[in-house]
Write a protein that binds this ligand. Structure first.
Ligand code: 13P
Ligand code: SF4
Length: 560
């Protein structure tokens, strides 16, 4: 499994003012432990040493006594499967105890993802500092024992509820529960916690309807992304007059007016002042699509980037898209609001792998999907997007063999459409893999009239089951021209905002609610403003690579 930290962008507030910083936070993922073919537990963990963790977990739980009891261990992605030599009896629920440790509790994320706090509750950095001071002086149990966690609920002025416990979860459940018992409303309150903020802590705030969560300690990456998606303001390292605001800083007053409306006005004013244009991909958050000058698919956006006479291009998308803009407009400043917005598919191919394949197939034309790094484009003859892949492949003389990289599913789709045999690689989009035929069939039973539109990045059987496999702009066009009133949308869910806006009389059902690209969702209104204010993060492409990559991109634009 992957490493233990992720890079994030945050707003740091201290006596020296406010500053945008990048920082490392702990990574958090799910780990499924299977014992003798059955799911024993799903833990939220740091994704390192997971086999050791799984073995330790079953030993600590009393399910084995020693290593010799284990006959096999397999680590596959985020799962560890353990087989034991002897049959282990079913765990008797009466004997189970939820521990006060990190793995404790029953957590059902499902519906949480659909909840969003739009509470207008806000407070100043000074109020946060003084509440934190008061909170610490109240932690008597910690001072005397050194072993207790504390949590408090505050209305922004006073602490209205305070509890301690050996578990950080328990302390939070106690303050929330006590407010429930005392009928204290929580939508206009904040939680202070002495513990780390992992995703389960954010879930508690969301379920209780509490819009602000503050800790002395650090959050995990999963906690940050959950808080961002559900409208929770997450503040960590609140010590003295310093603090890091990870999400939704609009609830911090006195910073300058930070309401979404003001943010939008400030973005618009700065955009004009700095002669900037905002380009947004169809998968961006609704509020980003709404402030953009152009919203479109990869092809559309690369054309817009080539045409614009703006001085600055703020690219609300992922790295490879901003890189294309820079390659096509080298004299312009191209900004990506979050420098971590990458694309896992683009990371699935290296220059060395492609070079090896070229050596194995001398004379083959190399077609690369735009979802690649500039260095791969520089090694390719021509680029393509999902909108023009078929045309691009058809433009290559019959008889010439073709290497297609990196998406094996888009490659398979183009091969079927063109009747050409393509030499494929093994790349894929993890987000589109959440879309399955079973999921679509279920929706089709509920909405039998709905047309099924999927992106060609979906797996082969999903594409085969669809009414049409089209790029994201292709979907917008299909819906506009179709007589149908209902559509099952098999791509990243962000596009549904645009589809609804353009077709208010039609209904859209996401083929999978889990088809959310975490990279596309890194862009927020605050980060767009910071990008314009500080002209960050500037995209640069080494000249040698840019020259060759430009050839492949321009050949694609020429084919159309
Ligand atoms: P299009 O918008 O070109 O269809 O691409 C989808 C995609 O996954 C971009 O990353
Ligand atoms: Fe990459 Fe898939 Fe996200 Fe597109 S949706 S940017 S292919 S990870």
């Amino acid at each position: 499994m992957d490493s233990s930290s992720s890079k994030i962008t945050l707003l740091n507030i201290s006596d020296k003012g406010k500053k945008i910083k990048t920082d490392l936070v702990a990574k958090e993922t799910t780990l499924v432990i299977k014992l003798n073919g059955k799911r024993l537990a799903v833990l939220l963990v740091t994704p390192t040493d997971v086999t050791a963790l799984a073995c330790g977990f079953i030993l600590s739980s009393g399910l084995i006594k020693e290593m010799a009891d284990i006959s096999s261990i397999k680590e596959i992605g985020r799962e560890v499967e353990i087989e034991t030599k002897n049959i282990i009896e079913e765990i008797n629920p009466d004997e189970q105890i939820f521990t006060s440790g990190c793995g404790r509790g029953i957590l059902i994320y499902g519906s949480v993802l659909e909840e969003r706090s739009d509470s207008k509750f806000s407070l100043s950095p000074d109020s946060i500092s003084s509440l934190m001071k008061e909170f610490q002086t109240m932690s008597a149990g910690f001072k005397t024992t050194g072993g207790l966690h504390s949590a408090a609920i505050s209305d922004g002025k006073d602490i209205v509820n305070f509890k301690e416990d050996i578990g950080r979860h328990n302390a939070i459940d106690k303050v929330i529960g006590d407010c429930l018992l005392k009928d204290i409303s929580l939508g206009d309150k904040l939680i202070l916690t002495s513990g780390r903020i992992s995703s389960e802590i954010v879930v508690k705030a969301i379920r209780a309807g509490i819009p602000i969560l503050i800790s002395r300690s650090a959050p995990t990456d999963m906690a940050i992304s959950l808080a961002q998606d559900c409208g929770v303001t997450l503040i960590g390292f609140a010590r003295g007059d310093r603090m890091n605001v990870y999400t939704h800083p609009t609830r911090i007053s006195d910073l300058e007016n930070n309401s979404p409306e003001t943010l939008i006005e400030r973005i618009k004013a700065l955009k004009e002042k700095k002669q900037a244009v905002i380009l947004a991909h169809n998968y961006q958050r609704p509020e980003i699509q709404d402030i953009a000058d152009f919203v479109g698919d990869s092809l559309d956006l690369s054309r817009k980037a080539a045409e614009t006479d703006a001085r600055i291009i703020v690219f609300c998308g992922v790295y490879f898209m901003a890189e294309i803009a820079k390659i096509l407009s080298p004299d312009k400043t191209v900004l990506l609001p979050d420098s971590d917005a990458g694309c896992p598919m683009a990371d699935m191919i290296t220059v060395e792998e492609l070079q090896k394949l070229k050596l194995k197939h001398p004379g083959a034309a190399v077609v690369c999907y735009v979802n690649t790094h500039a260095a791969i484009k520089a090694e390719s003859d021509i680029c393509c997007t999902s909108a023009n892949g078929v045309k691009v492949v058809n433009s290559i003389p019959a008889g010439q063999s073709i290497i297609f990289t990196p998406d094996k599913y888009l490659g398979d789709y183009i091969a079927k459409q063109t009747g050409r045999e393509l030499i494929l690689m093994n790349g894929f989009c993890p987000t589109h893999q959440t879309i399955t035929v079973e999921g679509i069939r279920k929706l089709k039973r509920e909405h039998p009239q709905a047309k099924v539109l999927v992106h060609p990045e979906c797996s082969v059987n999903v594409v085969a089951y669809s009414d049409a496999a089209v790029s994201t702009n292709g979907m917008c066009q299909y819906v506009k021209e179709s007589e149908s009133k209902e559509f099952i949308i098999g791509t990243e869910t962000g596009i549904i905002h645009r589809l609804k806006k353009e077709n208010p009389d039609k209904q859209f059902y996401p083929a999978s609610k889990r088809a959310v690209c975490p990279n596309m969702k890194l862009t927020t209104l605050e980060k767009v403003l910071w990008a314009l204010e500080d002209e960050q993060y500037k995209i640069e492409v080494p000249t040698e690579i840019a020259i060759h990559a430009k050839g492949a991109i321009e050949r694609m634009l020429y084919v159309l």
